[in-house]
Ligand binder design. Structure first.
Ligand code: GAR
Length: 227
């Protein structure tokens, strides 16, 4: 694997963001960048859906957008085709960090191995619990007392890379999957920019060799945001 280490200084850190939907987390990053609170330069957005509202958010902020959604015949773009176009686009933008913020397509191990910069994902659960989809519903069904979100390094194994940060909340007796989703998103809107700030400042470092199964590497204790 030949991924350049994350550049810690000088700022701003060049960030590419992959999205699929509303883009509320993207908006928080745009706002923090524009206000000067976060030393990042969002160099481009990739959306795998042409109807994603995140595209409008990017356009309003004059950020380049690549929509890699459908073939000319209207069929869903094959994942390999998406990955080839996405890799070419990322090569052009030369980000220091690739952020998956509500990106809902599973990418291949080859795409992850060939990434030109470290890649992190925002996941709506306290990893390693609840990898995959429907996390809020599964938390309710399990009767868990706590829930939250994680920012973790993307590896070939789904939602299994080094956890960098987590935001935690208590699950209330009246919570539903819908209320939990809204509450978790509120935390995400603080956690994601906070994590990028810690990465940009070099407080957090990405361990590309981290593995949950390798005892020779101490697990990184995630920094937790308690709200
Ligand atoms: C976020 O809640 C994020 O945790 C989730 O999608 C939402 C996107 O919201 N991501 C995943 O489920 C990834 N598996 P947004 O488009 O408003 O930022």
């Amino acid at each position: 694997m030949s991924v350049a280490p994350l550049r810690q200084a000088p700022s701003p850190m060049r960030v590419a963001v992959l999205v699929s939907g509303n883009g509320s987390n993207l908006q928080v990053l745009i706002d923090a960048m524009q206000s000067g609170a976060l030393p990042i330069d969002i160099v481009g957005i990739i959306s795998n859906r042409e109807d994603a509202y995140a595209i409008t958010r990017a356009q309003q902020a004059d950020i380049p957008v690549a929509v890699l959604s459908h073939t000319a015949s209207g069929k869903r773009m094959a994942i390999k085709t998406f990955e080839r176009h996405a890799s070419e686009q990322l090569q052009q933008w030369q980000p220091d960090l690739i952020v998956l913020a509500g990106f809902m397509r599973v990418v291949s191990a080859e795409f992850i191995d060939k990434r030109i910069a470290p890649m992190v994902n925002l996941h709506p659960a306290l990893l390693p619990a609840y990898k995959g989809l429907d996390t809020h519903q599964r938390v309710i069904q399990a009767g868990d007392s706590h829930h939250g979100c994680s920012v973790h390094v993307v590896t070939a194994e789904l939602d299994a890379g080094q956890v960098l940060t987590q935001g935690v909340l208590s699950v209330g007796a009246k919570d539903t999957a819908i209320s939990l989703q809204a509450r978790v998103q509120k935390i995400e809107h603080k956690l994601l920019p906070w994590t990028l700030l810690l990465l940009a400042k070099g407080v957090l470092t990405i361990n590309e060799r981290y593995s949950q199964d390798t005892e020779s590497y101490l697990p990184t204790l995630p920094l937790k945001l308690l709200l």
